[in-house]
Design a protein around this ligand. Structure first.
Ligand code: FMN
Length: 301
């Protein structure tokens, strides 16, 4: 038998020790690699199980994924749903009630307008707590809740924010935006002077946590953070409208980093929206805009 092996497989018989070493070495490498990935995931502390990530397009989940993040994401995609299940207390409406409630909500939200003229009338802080809690109910990729709402009520801080925004906006309007953008804004009667940033009782600064940071200082992937924060902002706007408050949905172009430093938020947070919040001024006016009709925005297939 041994002679037959030698004659048929001379290479194996001569180098069997080397071959065995390579096989054992490879097996050891696989075991160590698996152990390392498991430890990294455990270190991240945050619970990523309980979410189905198979449908997540990894190229879209974050703008700056590192290799470590991708490992974490793929690992999470294999996670079992370990979160305890609780009964969902559903409210069942009749078909008529459903139609009526949907129409009522539309009627209320259709009154929402971007208001650029605020009253200085104080707004109870309890109302701000509720609208932000409402925003915090938004769905988010893998339930990472990648948002921070900084509420500024301090007059001096509001003045500093106004100064930063107006300085940047003047450059935006004069140099960065270009003729077409400035022309498109003509009917809205907006420019870089924004007194409402000091008049409105509150400024809500909405920060997107581009990624999280674990207690151990590791980078925690936030899946679809921009989309998640945008949904939270939509709910926030609806909640403000319901409370009789108004806002200007504004994206302070180029002012984000300076404002982030001013309010001392960490570098993993990016300013997405600046929302002055208050009651409308009694003589407030709005541009006479129309909204697209249903048949222009909905296709039934
Ligand atoms: C992403 C985003 C950014 C906006 N940025 C500004 C802004 O910087 N300044 C401003 O006065 N309005 C801003 N707006 C408000 C729009 O001009 C306003 O929503 C639009 O004209 C429609 O008016 P309405 O909100 O009254 O329906 C912004 C709105 C959105 C959604």
């Amino acid at each position: 038998m041994a002679d037959a092996l030698v004659s048929y497989l001379p290479f194996v018989s001569e180098y069997w020790l080397h071959i065995a070493t390579v096989i054992v070495g490879f097996a050891l490498f696989r075991v160590l690699k698996n152990a390392l990935v498991t430890t990294t995931t455990k270190n991240s502390k945050k619970t990523r199980v309980g979410c189905q990530l198979d449908s997540y397009d990894l190229s879209l989940i974050s703008e700056d994924l590192s290799e470590h993040d991708l490992v974490a994401a793929q690992d999470a995609s294999n996670g079992e749903d370990n979160s305890p299940q609780i009964l969902y207390k559903s409210v069942q409406y009749t078909a008529e009630e459903t139609v009526s409630r949907a129409a009522k909500f539309y009627s209320a939200i259709n009154r929402r307008r971007t208001l650029r003229h605020f009253s200085a009338r104080p707004v109870p802080l309890a109302a701000i707590h509720s609208v932000i809690k409402a925003a915090g109910t938004a769905p988010s990729g893998a339930h990472m809740q990648p948002w921070t709402f900084v509420v500024v009520q301090d007059a001096d801080m509001k003045s500093q924010i106004r100064a930063i925004v107006e300085a940047e906006e003047e450059i935006n309007y004069r140099q960065r935006m270009g003729d077409r953008w400035v022309h498109d804004l003509k009917d809205l009667n907006v420019n870089w002077v924004k007194p409402y940033l000091e008049i409105a009782p509150y400024l809500i600064l909405v920060f997107e946590q581009v990624h999280g940071v674990t207690k151990d200082g590791l980078k925690q992937t936030h899946y679809y953070s921009r989309i998640s924060v945008s949904i939270a902002c939509g709910i926030l706007l609806a909640a403000l409208q319901e409370a009789g408050l108004c806002t200007v949905t504004s994206t302070p172009l180029n002012a984000g980093p300076a404002i982030r430093r001013l309010v001392q938020r960490p570098t993993n947070e990016k300013l997405m929206l600046l929302l002055p919040v208050g009651y409308p001024a009694e003589d407030a006016t709005v541009p006479n805009l129309t909204r697209k009709a249903l048949d222009e925005i909905m296709i039934l297939i």
